[in-house]
Design a protein around this ligand. Sequence first.
Ligand code: CAA
Length: 414
Amino acid sequence: MVNATGHTVGIDALAFACPKAYLDLSTLAEARGVDPLKYTQGLGQEKMAIASPCEDTVTMAVEAGRLALKNYGIDPKEIGTLIVGTETGVDHSKPVAVYVHELLGLSHRCRTFETKHACYGASAGLTASLDWIASGRAKGRKALVIASDIASYGLKTAGEPTQGAGAVAMVVSHQPRLLEIDTTTIGDYTRQVMDFWRPLYSKYAFADGHFSIECYLEALSEARSVALEDQAEPIETLRACLYHVPFVKMAKKAHFQELCVAMGRDLDLGQPADEQLFANSFARKVAPFLRFNAQVGNIYTGSLYLSVMDCLSQIDQQGLGASIGLFSYGSGCGATYCLGKIAPTIHTFTSALDITSQLVQRRRLNIEDYESLIAAREVSDQASRLDPSDYNLNHGLAYVGTRNHQRQYEWLSD
Ligand code: CAA
């Protein structure tokens, strides 16, 4: 896919980081007196990553960014734009991105900023980076776009089982080694809706949950129509259909809607033939690429890209050069749909894309640990000194408290 400047553009590197602890949703269900099947089957989730007070948007973004540079052999000097998309900023004024810029050792000639639009911030950063490269302003340099969020809804709310935390870093370049983005297919959509928001005074998001699902599905329909100029999604020609994943079941709802559009009629899941048709399509194009999301939970602006990592880590020889559909949704709301093409060099990076070993190393929390971590996080912005060892953290970057109203970070070593 060649853009106006004669280059292919897209994603050259992808890496992931998340907190070192998780809560099993069956543990949460038991504590809340809910049938565990509601969370595991009804929402499709198995676990959610839980951040300690020493793990924040900056620490996760730095770890994901560090891996994206190291695992793909990219020199920090090659980065000419750094964008951090987040709903979970650590300061009303100072961007997360500028902490990340210093901690990754990027050049002072790098343009650096933060984007906020609920779960859409990183996708805004991705398309801005593609435009920056296509304009010629990049002058051969690459962009680093990092999605980093802690999804918090508060204890005993309907949103509680749809929490999570994590960061996905992507390097955007011409001649990308993972996924070419077809810039002629990018379709955008915006509409002011109150489906999910977080007032300045709250650490917890408010959501009109069922309405947010309607808004998501409407945005999908509209953004895809713009992208494909009102043609139905070419599901059969796509290797995978990847969606924003606030919880796994949402991707299933999205794909059902898309399949109805592709078939030109409403499928009836009460009819065995239609049920089989949908089950086959979902099993081939979507379900295999939701494994990581089911283990991590909602990571807001990174969640589509977690599914992208899962998909790209599983591409076989026939998948090289194949197209995939990508849908990003941020409440409030903003959305983008586009098509990507799998680069022929992808197999070199299969192990860098597979995050299974990262996930199995996490520590399982019981319900008391989980609730006390949430309580500790409520006051962590004002804590003068936090000890990472209290949270079993012994390597990587940690937030260690705020002194003189300035956040402090330290590198830990084993
Ligand atoms: N066994 C199996 N399934 C069960 C069950 C049981 N015992 N009990 C219920 N279920 C099923 C229900 O049938 C339902 O499935 P369907 O949607 O297919 O019918 C599912 O479990 C969920 O049940 P409810 O709808 O009754 O659950 P709820 O009212 O408690 O809340 C929620 C669900 C609205 C998603 C809530 O968790 C929430 O508000 N989450 C936060 C908002 C959110 O994630 N919105 C998504 C769209 S917005 C977006 O994408 C941006 C973003 O990231 C936030």
